[in-house]
Design a protein around this ligand. Structure first.
Ligand SMILES: Cc1cc2nc3c(=O)[nH]c(=O)nc-3n(C[C@H](O)[C@H](O)[C@H](O)COP(=O)(O)O)c2cc1C
Ligand code: SF4
Ligand code: SF4
Ligand code: SF4
Ligand code: FES
Length: 603
């Protein structure tokens, strides 16, 4: 029987952790009970992007978007929606502008400004079914290239598209393929870098989970272009769903003879194996990654020679990021000119960002290069929650910097973000509001890089630790003005003398917060105050006369430090207060303020 309805259930890691697998099982049982199992297609897809509203399901043909679905909602969805065609109102998402319920996925502003190329199949197909990928022109690009194009023509198409690497460096992909092709050797390798270690980033994971075949197809295309018959996907073991789907996809592709010997009846052979990483951030750096695959400790080595000349086991190797590769089949299916028509002159195509922090719609977004940061934060991201004020956006993760309100209208591309003192990085985008302390933010990123430094070279190993000591001093109220100068001096030295990108970029968050928020650093060292009320040693919470006695603060205090009768002014017991700031956030009338203090004593 022909299925009249398709229920797509998000099977991305985010929704799976909120029981989307159990939701699918509940659908199977309920549809059997109702006797309509044959009429309804059930598919566990990849991530839809709006992870904050997960578990998400989308029902076709009317494209109904249901958010925060629970196992207990399945019965009513089946009985009301699938049988009688009535929407379940409470599971629909509200339009933030007029508070009306939105029925169709395409009407959500979160999606209307996006353009999905790398994520084209995520949330659309069953990633475990190669036929669904093929039905959407999967492996067509590989077939056409192998049977109608020379390797040089393949490289030219990628070069003409202007595609730049999405793994952080932004190097022209076609040029990289050309270098590897020009290296003369009887053995060459293709590596897909799926290490993805930036805190909060999950673009690559989503692509691997939602569309694994697109990566296999792109790697085979690269193998043909550079003259390689072996590829490796280096993926962190912390991504078990991605690994499972990749393993399954490789088996299916082999079964269909789309990997292995004589692909498409040609003399081109290509195999792909998976190598698991243990989750060290530095192993995402290509030379450290290569060392790790070779079985050594993942430590970067000096470049040149670049991997295109001397890479895995000394042979020419092309390393590309997952998102870079996900764009490749589209360049062949739609042409380099189509790809180039999207984005800006020097940054073609789209970019996927993992939007997080103080933003209403956290999740994955893919926008054409040239989209402004304001559009991403307000139109797609839905703005800042709880009527708080935007303060900054951090792009590029621990290697990037923060961008402030005055630059929000900047079109996003590789060059513009660099000009603003930040960088594209791999696509992490963290939004901060007035409750974020920027010294504390710098400290957070530096703690990460200190932890992740491989220790091979002194400037990074020792210098970042010294910077962290200074930041800790400043946050504790023991800093001096000289410390800020010292931070800048150390930062420039580490940038110039570190061996790899980790050390070279580790000081960026510190430098950019000093540049844009020097007043906050000065408040910490001179006034001994943390204006955002985050640094515990420098913050003292008080309740003023504006208190209406709603009791919300007391209910939210984790240590019962707040007392007071309903409708009367409340009080904070300083001895008990652990300076968590939960009361300030909970107060509906802004009656709680943080005031300067020295080591917890109000001044
Ligand atoms: C510390 C560090 C971590 C990195 N982590 C990643 C990563 O997780 N994924 C990635 O694709 N590239 C990462 N890179 C960049 C890679 O070295 C390399 O440039 C990239 O994989 C090349 O692919 P692309 O040209 O497609 O961007 C990292 C670089 C550094 C310095
Ligand atoms: S810069 Fe840091 S991570 Fe890179 S090699 Fe040196 S110590 Fe290791
Ligand atoms: S800052 Fe935290 S611990 Fe202190 S009174 Fe408020 S909620 Fe309680
Ligand atoms: S939340 Fe604000 S208004 Fe309510 S009791 Fe606490 S201080 Fe007073
Ligand atoms: S994981 Fe389900 S929407 Fe992203």
């Amino acid at each position: 029987m022909l299925e009249r309805i398709q229920v797509l259930i998000c099977g991305g890691t985010g929704c799976m952790s909120s029981h989307s697998k159990e939701i699918k099982q509940a659908f199977e049982e309920e549809l059997t009970n109702l006797g309509i199992k044959d009429e309804v297609g059930l598919v566990l897809t990849g991530c839809f992007g709006l992870c904050e509203r997960g578990p998400v399901i989308v029902i076709y043909p009317d494209e109904t978007f249901y958010a925060h679905v629970k196992v207990s909602d399945v019965k009513i969805i089946c009985e009301e929606h699938l049988l009688k065609g009535r929407h379940i109102d409470r599971l629909l998402v509200k339009n933030p502008l007029d508070r009306n319920k939105i029925k169709q996925m395409s009407q959500l502003t979160f999606y209307s400004k996006q353009k999905r190329i790398a994520l084209r199949n995520c949330g659309q197909i069953n990633p475990l079914d190669i036929d669904e990928y093929i039905a959407r022109d999967g492996y067509l690009a590989l077939g056409e290239a192998l049977t109608k194009m020379t390797p040089d023509q393949v490289i030219k198409e990628v070069l003409d598209s202007g595609l730049k690497g999405r793994g952080g460096g932004g190097f022209l992909t076609g040029l990289k393929w050309q270098f590897a092709a020009q290296s003369v050797s009887d053995k060459k390798y293709v590596i897909c870098n799926a290490d993805e270690g930036d805190p909060g980033a999950f673009m690559d994971r989503a692509i691997l989970e939602g569309d694994p075949h697109s990566i296999l197809e792109a790697m085979a295309l690269c193998g043909y272009a550079i003259g390689s018959d072996q590829g490796y996907i280096y993926v962190r073991a912390e991504y078990p769903v991605a690994v499972e789907r990749l393993e399954h996809a490789i088996l299916q592709a082999k079964e269909y003879q789309l990997l292995g010997d004589s692909i498409f009846g040609t003399d081109f052979s290509f195999n792909i194996d998976i190598r698991l990483g243990a989750g060290a951030f530095v192993c995402g750096e290509e030379t450290a990654l290569i060392k790790s695959i070779e079985g050594f400790r993942g430590m970067p080595v000096l470049k040149p020679p670049f991997p295109a000349k001397k890479g895995l086991w000394g042979y020419p190797t092309n390393v590309n990021n997952v998102e870079t590769l996900a764009n490749i089949p589209v360049i062949f299916l739609k042409g380099a000119d189509y790809f180039k028509s999207i984005g800006t002159e020097n940054s073609t195509g789209t970019k996927v960002f993992a939007l997080g922090g103080k933003i209403n719609n956290t999740g994955l977004v893919e926008v054409p290069m040239g989209t402004t940061l304001r559009e991403v934060v307000y139109d797609i991201g839905g703005g800042i929650p709880n009527k708080r004020k935007f303060k900054a956006i951090q792009t590029g993760g621990p290697s990037g910097g923060c961008i402030t309100e005055k630059d929000l209208d900047t079109p996003i591309d590789f060059d513009n973000l660099k000009k603003l003192g930040s960088m594209m990085g791999s696509g992490g985008m963290i939004v901060m509001d007035e409750d974020n302390c920027m010294v504390d933010v710098a400290r957070f990123y530096l703690e990460f890089t200190v932890e992740e430094s491989c220790g091979k070279c002194t400037p990074c190993r020792e210098g970042t630790k010294q910077m962290l000591d200074i930041l800790n001093r400043i946050c504790d109220g023991d800093g001096t003005l000289k410390d800020i100068d010292e931070l800048e001096k150390l930062a420039h030295m580490i940038q110039k003398t570190s061996l790899c990108g980790l050390g070279q970029t580790a000081p960026n968050p510190v430098l950019s917060t000093i540049k844009h928020f020097r007043d906050e650093y000065i408040a910490h060292v001179v006034d001994k105050a943390c204006p955002a009320g985050v640094c515990a040693e420098l913050t003292h919470f008080v309740i003023d006369d504006g208190c209406i006695g709603c009791t919300k603060c007391a209910k939210n205090c984790p240590v019962n430090a707040i007392s007071g009768w309903p409708k009367q002014i409340h009080m904070i017991d300083d001895e008990l207060c652990i300076k968590c700031g939960a009361c300030k956030k909970a107060c509906p009338v802004g009656a709680i303020t943080s005031i300067p203090s020295i080591r917890g004593e109000a001044v």
